[in-house]
Design a protein around this ligand. Sequence first.
Ligand code: AMP
Ligand code: MG
Length: 409
Amino acid sequence: MRPLEEARAEVLTSAGLLDVEEVPIWEAKGRVLAGDITAPENVPPWANSAMDGFAVLGADVAGPGTVLDVIGDLPAGSTTDSVVGPGQAIKIMTGAPIPPGADTVVRVEDTRVDGSRVTVTTAVETGTSVRPAGGDVALGDVVFTAGTRLTPMHVGVLATIGVGHPLVYRRPRVAFMSTGDELTPPESAVLAPGAIRDSNRPMLLSLLEDTGVDTVDLGIVPDDTAALREALDEGSKADVVVSTGGVSMGDYDVTKLVLQGDARVDFWQLAIQPAKPFAFGHIGDALFFGLPGNPVSVLVSFEQFARPALLKMQGARAILRPQIVARAGEDFDTDPAKTVFVRVLVDGLDEGVPSVVKSGGQASNVLSAAAAADGFALVPRGTAKVGKGEEVTVEMFKWPESREWTDGR
Ligand code: AMP
Ligand code: MG
């Protein structure tokens, strides 16, 4: 059996970088930067006011009770050539450029206005409520480095500095299919005897979408060598082909029947639980992932191999899920020969350390327990026992909203 790390290294070595392209900022979320981003200007571009108030000279307001002449008005979006001199002030709104001469803003709450004069009621330190030019991002700063996968906040910063068409890696095209004579579309209201609904394909589509790829749905492929060959050929026009089912030891494991003699596809027995049978290689120019049939095995093998590979192809530096150290809230199954992926949920804190318990049944067909899970507790090969209270590494695949809104009660 092939250890997890060894198999993943082989998969990731095969996952080559895609081409780059420019995308409109509106479509940049989830894309990976192909080059460093250097700030072409300061943010903010000029010193501006952090408050609604009065732009003044700090020296004038070192003590309370100063009375100043108001010589102008500066809403956001406007500028002035008027110079603020000693004894003078310009009314200013948040975001407006600090006028020449001024170095301090007194917020409106600390003033009393009387006609064209303003009294500053407190002492205000020089520089107060002034946002300096470049205080957020300085001209020439490397703002983000190549390999950064853009979040909504990255997109906002790019917009701020005027990068309207960032250079990013192309999205991989991924063709995917379910195989199995027993499968019927998920929309089927009634199940024929022996049939089950195809849960892998909708799940796979969602998993793929989360990795920022373009998808081609090849549908349900029956356990028929000609039909599968045709589907694989069609899929090989994409960058990546993903199938589920038919890679283990059964008589009708047609993926295996079709590809077994193919020198470019390997059939592995992985030292992991679940998802032991797994196929990997190339079909034409496309990378091929032959995931097992059981839905939890699909999830585990997609997460461990396909997802990091797809992120790597897109140039991402960080391609592996976050891991936390947690405490087992109960005994976990082990298999000394395999890495066991226990589907767990965080059920609270144990002396400040997250405590995790099984999210349900651990058989590879029990997808409901994976839906209830926050992550995989990784029980490494060679582990004889994980008892309640012991430390475990948990790979978080879901970090969703977890606090319910209680309507203020
Ligand atoms: P296989 O490896 O093809 O023998 O599939 C292993 C198990 O997973 C069998 O019980 C299949 O019925 C089940 N299975 C395979 N494909 C799917 C699918 N797309 N959706 C739900 N279950 C599946
Ligand atoms: Mg099958």
